[in-house]
Design a protein around this ligand. Structure first.
Ligand code: NAP
Length: 275
């Protein structure tokens, strides 16, 4: 069994980005909008800003009151779209219920849309020519590529159909000629699908959800799930048992999570590329 070490790869990517920004004296700015005081969001926001500052990306945090209106939020996005010193914009989700987050994502200029959640970004991904791809799916593909895990013709069981993980990942996988089965909470007999898969990607958010008897020998396991048990971060997979059967497996923490943040930095730097 080989561990898919997302932490190591993400550190390499981050160091390369730092080197590129410093050696070329690149001036690049990133704005993060955080509405309200959701504690988990605060941790994610601070982590992203810290990593940006580490590599030399200038950051601005717009921490808005939870009562801010959708119109005010969209006005801010429009101002940031117009600013030449802001290359990337990220609206941290969730936002308070009175705000339609889709309208806000769609207001972000697609070239500055670091999360790739706007309708233009999603449409481009669907058509196979994405400008920015959302960071978790992109990080998963990068991790598989780094270990030379070929997707061509492989059976992939993807357990998730959310807009941030399953749907974008589905498109990236079919672009690579994988045969993808997308499962979710209404799937009947999930084991039927996981058992036949060369690669199982689980993003459910339930500890010990994927058991050893659900997968075949030599399976590749990508565990996207994040849950907490007694303050400890765990994934969806019964790691101790499943790792005995797997050829490759991501740890949690240290697998997909660090790749997501590295892809945020990569997407910010990518805003400078010519189309
Ligand atoms: P989500 O919207 O709640 O999606 C969970 C998915 O799991 C849904 O598609 C749901 O099906 C499916 N599901 C739930 N119970 C199931 C069951 N019994 N059998 C089969 N499928 C089931 O959450 P999300 O935002 O996509 O995130 C998913 C997980 O990934 C969370 O643990 C999150 O913390 C983690 N995550 C990690 C990263 C990272 O960087 N590592 C990034 C993003 C998310 P339905 O659609 O039918 O409800």
């Amino acid at each position: 069994m080989i561990l898919l070490d997302g932490k190591k790869l993400s550190n390499e990517i981050i160091e390369n980005i730092k080197e590129e920004i410093n050696s070329k004296n690149i001036e690049i700015g990133f704005a993060v909008i955080w509405v309200g005081n959701d504690e988990a969001s605060g941790v994610y926001v601070k982590n992203k800003l810290k990593k940006c500052e580490y590599v030399g990306i200038k950051t601005e945090l717009f921490h808005l009151d939870e009562n801010v209106s959708e119109k005010e939020l969209i006005n801010l996005i429009n101002e940031l779209n117009d600013r030449n010193d802001i290359n990337g914009i990220l609206l941290q989700s969730p936002v308070p219920k009175h705000i339609n987050i889709t309208n806000c994502f769609n207001a972000i200029d697609y070239k500055k849309d670091i999360d790739g959640f706007s309708n233009i970004s999603v449409g481009n991904l669907y058509l196979g020519s994405p400008y920015h791809v959302s960071c978790t799916p992109k990080g998963i593909i990068k991790l598989l590529d780094n270990y030379n895990i070929d997707l061509d013709g492989k059976n992939v069981c993807l357990i998730n159909r959310s807009n941030i993980v399953g749907k974008p990942l589905f498109h990236l996988l079919i672009e690579r000629n994988a045969t993808v089965t997308m499962c979710h909470s209404k799937t009947i007999d999930l084991k039927e699908f996981t058992k036949n898969a060369d690669i199982v990607i689980s993003a459910v958010g339930k500890p010990n959800f994927i058991k050893a008897d659900m997968v075949k020998e030599d399976v590749v396991i990508i565990d996207v799930g994040i849950s907490r048990i007694d303050g400890k971060v765990v994934g969806d997979v019964d790691f101790a048992e499943v790792s005995k059967k797997a050829s490759y497996i991501t740890p949690v923490p240290g697998g997909v999570g660090p790749m997501t943040i590295a892809m945020v930095l990569e997407n910010i730097l990518d805003t400078l590329r010519e189309e």
